[in-house]
Design a protein around this ligand. Sequence first.
Ligand SMILES: NC(=O)c1ccc[n+]([C@@H]2O[C@H](COP(=O)([O-])OP(=O)(O)OC[C@H]3O[C@@H](n4cnc5c(N)ncnc54)[C@H](O)[C@@H]3O)[C@@H](O)[C@H]2O)c1
Length: 467
Amino acid sequence: MLAGLGASVIGAAGGCATEKPTLILPTGPGVLSSDFSSTRPRPAGQKPVNTLTTAPIEKVRVAVIGLSRGMTHVHTCLGIEFAEVVAVCDLRDDRAQKAAADVEKKYGKRPAVYSGTENIWEQMAARDDIDAVYIATPWNWHVPMGLGAMSHGKHAFIEVAAALTIDDCWKLVDASERLQRHCVMLENCCYGENELFVLNLARQGVFGELTHAECAYIHDLRSMLFSLGTEGDWRRNFHWEYNGNLYPTHGLGPVAQYLGVGRGDQFKHIVSMSSPEMSLTHFRDTTKPNGGRHANEKYICGDMNTSLIKTELGRTIMVQHDVVSPRPYSRINCLYGTEAVFFDYPARFSVNRPKEYGLDANDTEDWLSDKDLQTMRDKFTHPLWKKLQERAKGGGHGGMDFVMSWRLLDCIRRGATPDSVVYDAAAWSSIIETSVHSVANNSALVNIPDFTRGLWKTMTPLGIAEA
Ligand SMILES: NC(=O)c1ccc[n+]([C@@H]2O[C@H](COP(=O)([O-])OP(=O)(O)OC[C@H]3O[C@@H](n4cnc5c(N)ncnc54)[C@H](O)[C@@H]3O)[C@@H](O)[C@H]2O)c1
């Protein structure tokens, strides 16, 4: 925690039976106290979940809360033969009824519908015919709903970011360990075609020793942030409350998996700085959205936030966040090793001794030609992508949403440990609060807790390559 700073409750959609998430709001330069991001001891009676297996089941019975983004999860599950959507929930009855109608059309049977009040999801979570709950609600609801789902014996699949604060990250870790339920963050970008390609290249040793990665969430969301009745209604709040990386996991999740973070390496500390806040204010003032009703809002989140993370093995990761500049989308998605370098947007690759891979290139002076890159794709496209790409076509976000849910539900069906567990959800999400604290303290070094409590030293790298 920062010394001498006031507390601020993130604007929630109202009261909740479960404790609400809070984020200590830095109001100026302060001194980082030693316990803010220290690793907390495992409470007695809790067991690690890194190898948690569960009883195999024929069909995974799912419920979905939050039926905007959550509609993608409903439709994806309807297309997976070993999934069954048994209940849907949204504050808005029209959304819940629409989802229920889509489910009924597919199964000829109506799912249970919960709507109308903000705590009605708790009744749904208490049902005894649900194995896993997808949580696709505004950020402040992720932790109460995740804890609620697990406390009723369900696996919690939580949208990004899983939690906003370090405290809440620990709550998810402790609940998953205490209740022995999976708590998985729905980081779909880990299942993109290029991300799986790079992961496979890294696992096959093509990069040699890994040294550095760069990633980002760069997405011009200016119009959406002022769009009424959408994510903009609540997401813009964060731009006047916090200055840091508000949405780190789409970029960070995949590169953390390349580097084996949590599995042989671990985040150690972060330094972060933000550019001035200009673009959201400029957009608001020049376009006067919604009849000028936002004229008095004072945004503080710098347009571009850049953070550097150091890992226990000494590697470095650059993470950026910018949702307000006028430019095309990028997650950067870059990996450096002693033998090769990959950059995305667009995909570029260079590798030592290209002839050994049957390529036309002679050296690493230029990026590989399209033809050579295709040769590498032919050799190293990830088996999971190869297996599912036809079925994923037309699915959300270029197919990655389908691949993610198929893989996750397949693990649950077989009783296997999912590719990412609560320690990954916590580590990737923890960059929100640690970056805010670093920015507020002249880019001071902030320790990142080890949510695995030392398990990273012996955990084996992700076994995703065996599709
Ligand atoms: N992984 C991705 O690619 C991706 C894409 C979009 C959104 N998201 C994430 O999904 C989540 C939802 O985003 P969105 O764009 O759908 O937001 P949204 O505001 O459009 O929709 C949220 C939905 O949740 C409902 N809701 C709010 N409080 C509720 C409550 N207490 N009980 C039941 N329903 C409630 C709202 O009525 C609304 O229908 C966010 O965490 C966001 O970051 C992820």
